[in-house]
Design a protein around this ligand. Structure first.
Ligand code: FES
Length: 84
């Protein structure tokens, strides 16, 4: 996972299974960077309490925890485009 900031938003991108994903770099459960966690089976796992969030949909592994905010992203001509 690579963390960066654009237009005041903390985001991360990752290339997983040949697909590029982009999401807010903040756990919806509590305010901690998701890039401190790890990737597992198409999800990012938060390092603090272990809830996971689907990279494609942002869906949380726990119904009581909000979903992660995801952004459409594509690679074109060696440049990464994110739809904010
Ligand atoms: S802060 Fe991320 S799962 Fe609790």
């Amino acid at each position: 996972m690579s963390a960066f900031q654009v237009k005041g938003k903390k985001l991360f991108i990752t290339l997983t299974g040949g697909e590029l994903f982009c999401a807010e770099n903040r756990c919806p459960h509590e305010d901690i960077e998701l890039t401190l966690g790890c990737l597992k089976k198409g999800s990012v796992v938060c390092s603090l309490h272990g809830f996971s969030f689907d990279l494609a949909t942002g869906k949380s592994s726990d119904n009581d925890v909000d979903n992660m905010k995801t952004y459409p992203v594509k690679l074109e001509n060696n440049e990464i485009y994110i739809q904010l």
